[in-house]
Design a protein around this ligand. Sequence first.
Ligand code: IPM
Ligand code: MN
Length: 349
Amino acid sequence: MGDHVRSYVVAHLPGDGIGPEVTAVARDLVDRAGKRHGFSIDWRDCPLGAGYYLRTGQVLPDEVLQDLRKTDAIMLGAVGSPSVPPGVLERGLLLRLRFDLDLYVNLRPARQRPGVDTAGADDLDFVVVRENTEGLYAGAGGIVHRGTAFETATEESLNTRAGVERCVRYAAALAAKRTGKLTLVHKTNVLTNAGSLWMRVAQQVAAEQHVQLDYAHVDAACLYMVSDPGRFDVIVTDNLFGDIITDLAAALTGGLGLSASGNLNPDKTGPSMFEPVHGSAPDIVGTGKANPAGAVLSAALMLDHLGEPAAAVDLDSAVDAVLGAGGQPTTQAWAEALSAQLAHTEVTR
Ligand code: IPM
Ligand code: MN
C-alpha cells in the first residue's frame, strides 16, 4: 500500500435535519471499507443548508460551487427546513447542484431486501433511471396577474432531444448489463408532445443497443409496481414521474429510510452526488431514531461510481445482513451493527 493507496476527494455536505446524523454513519463506514480495500477518502466539509443560509443570506456561493466542481464526488445528507420558505433550499441548493453540475441521471435502485415486508410486491428488483435536469423541474413558467381573479400560473415541461437521448442511452446501457429489458414510463396518451419525443428516442436507442423496449403509462406503472413488479428491470422516465414513482418504490421496499440515490454525471466530466431519497425529517431530528441505511446505500452507489465496486458490495451486504437480523431501532444501534458486520466480512473473506 503506502504510496499506492488510492485516494478520492469527497465533499461531505450533511445539509439539514437528519442529514448530519445519517451521513456521519455513512462516512465512517466508507472509511472502514477503504482501510480494507486499500483506498482513502480526503473528506472536505461543506456546511451548506438552512443554517448557512440563515447566517449568510446565501444558499450556494459561486466559490463554493467552484470548489465542489474539483471534487471526485459529493455525499449529501438532506436539504430543507421549516425555518426557510419552501423552495429556497430545494431549488437554490439541491436542484442547482443537479443542474449546474449536469447530473443528468438520477439513479434509484429498488430491491426487495431480507426481512423487509414488501406489502405483497414480491420479486421486486428494478432500477429507476430518472431524468434529472429537465421536464417540469427546469423552472420554465411563471405567474402573471398575481393576486387578481385572473392570476395565471404556468409550469412548462422542457424536453430536449439531447437531454432525453443521453438519459435513455444511460438506461439502455444499464439494461444491457442486467436482463436486457428497458421500460419507458410516461403518459403518452395525454402528454402527446413530450410523450412522442420520449417514445421515438427510446425506440431508436433500444434498437441501436439491442435491448427490448416495453412501455407503461405512469398510472399503470404504479399499479404494476405493486401487483406485478417482476415485469420491471430498468425503468426510464422523466423528472417528475421519476420523483413520484421512486417514493412508491421506496414504500414497497422498506420505506424511505432504506432508499438510495445517485445524481450522476455518467460522462465523469465532474463529480456526481449521492444522497438518500428521504428528506430532512425535521420531526425526528435529535431523537436518535433516523435510519442511516439509505445514506449508507447511497455511499455504496458512490463507491461503485468511484471505481471501488468491492467496497460498495461490502456496504450493501452489511445493510442486508442487519436487515436480515431484524434491523435496528436507533441510528447508533444501526451504526454499531453495520460496522460489526463490515468487520465480520473482513474476517470471513
Ligand atoms: C427527491 C426530492 C427532491 C425532488 C426535492 C427535495 C426537491 O423529493 O430527491 O426526490 O423533488 O427531486
Ligand atoms: Mn422525491
